[in-house]
Design a protein around this ligand. Structure first.
Ligand code: GLA
Length: 386
């Protein structure tokens, strides 16, 4: 899904398709996570940022309950349905995201009329960069405004989470939509997932002579599949056995004692979450004191923990990380939910080409599909464009 339609072209295309001008055009970004993986649903800490790739929606409210959905990238053609009788599991492909958002708002008691929507997005699908949340966040920002629902950022985050969890059926946390809705240019979003407190942390790789490369392995994944849910269940089991509300309440110093009461697999899952929370806090501190060049080892340790303890990596992600590190990256890790998707590699600008070439070469030698490699910088969160 790579398009470059600008705002006025999207509005014009909307007019051609639906016969009237849209009420407006909104956009919301995808995200990368710098560090803090599978910590969000454990009420822990995460450090993602909104990226300079976005979903854009031109949208117009209707006078009836009909919803008409079209995207610039094909996929399903024009979808026409009704908000009446909408229920979890309805819809196909990307249409589930706007429908899920409309459904949660209606469930909350907000009067949501039907709407026409044209979607454009350059967030790669299934690459672990939250393409689905980008769509949901753009739509909820538009509907919140057009229906005068007046929900604040924290409420919008929780509603999009409900759309994912209940309507789409993916038991995910609040990290992705928090980055997409609350991100800011030049900053990472340090989020405490227990109370949704956000501190914006400056992340200026360029001034440090670095780039953040994304390596999309093209191994696609879905968090509605079993792997994500089973990790979540292990964490809940660990918290229950340890007698805490959430793994957030377990410290690194408690792990030795935990090893006496948890089974071997649960212990490793718990160890990942507990040490990862600690790594997020260390990363935030180091970014403040020494800047982006100082966080490489924490990124590496995070990847090792996901590969060995949480077991959510895959050969392509491991290879991307290893090849990047061997050829000049100062730190690299898989990003997002795992089982495919993308890795990030923090790389000195002067080594960027070398790292890119090495990763492509390593994938070819292993017989893997050629990865897509690009840089990202922290961008603004969801906003109205027109
Ligand atoms: C996916 C989910 C997030 C988070 C990450 C793992 O991106 O949507 O809520 O759990 O995986 O950190």
């Amino acid at each position: 899904m790579t398009t470059t339609t600008d705002t006025s072209a999207l509005a014009e295309r909307f007019q051609e398709t639906f016969g009237t001008a849209p009420d407006g055009v909104w956009q919301a970004p995808g995200r990368v996570n710098l560090i803090g993986e599978h910590t969000d649903y454990n009420e822990g800490f995460v450090l993602p940022f909104a990226i300079d790739k976005t979903a854009k929606v031109a949208l117009r409210l209707r006078n009836d309950a009909t919803v008409r959905l079209l995207s610039t990238f094909g996929g399903h053609g024009l979808v026409e349905t009704s908000l009446e009788g909408l229920e979890p599991g309805s819809g196909q492909g990307w249409s589930r995201y706007p429908l899920g958002v409309a459904w949660v708002l209606k469930e909350r008691g907000i009067t949501v009329p039907g709407f026409d929507l044209l979607l454009d997005s350059d967030v790669p699908l299934g690459a672990g960069l939250s393409s689905s949340h980008a769509i949901e966040c753009a739509v909820i920002t538009a509907l919140n405004e057009l229906t005068d629902a007046g929900l604040n950022a924290e409420e919008l985050v929780l509603e999009t989470q409900r759309a994912e969890n209940i309507f789409v059926g993916a038991p995910t946390g609040i990290m992705d939509q928090s980055a997409s809705l609350r991100g800011a240019k030049g900053h990472a979003v340090f989020l405490d997932c227990r109370d949704q407190h956000v501190d914006l942390v400056p992340f200026d790789a360029e001034s440090a002579g670095l780039v953040l490369l994304v390596i999309d392995t093209k191994v696609s994944h879905s968090h509605a599949d079993g792997g994500y849910a089973s990790r979540r269940a292990s964490c809940e089991l660990g918290a229950e056995v340890l007698g805490v509300t959430a793994l957030r309440d377990v410290g690194v110093e408690d792990l030795e004692e935990a090893s006496g009461v948890l089974d071997e697999t649960t212990l490793r899952r718990v160890r990942h979450v507990v040490t990862e929370n600690d790594r997020v806090l260390q990363t935030v501190e180091l970014l403040g004191s020494h800047g982006p060049a100082s966080i490489g080892l924490l990124l590496d340790a995070s990847h090792a923990s996901m590969r060995d303890d949480f077991e959510i990596s895959c050969p392509e992600l491991d290879l991307a990380v290893e090849a990047a590190k061997t050829h000049g990256a100062i730190g690299a890790r898989m990003t997002g939910g795992g089982f495919g998707g993308s890795a990030i590699a923090l790389t000195p600008v002067r080594q960027e080409q070398q790292v890119r070439d090495a990763v492509v070469r390593a994938f070819a030698q292993a017989g893997f599909t050629e990865p897509d490699i690009f840089t990202v910088t922290p961008a603004a969160g969801a906003l109205r464009l027109a």
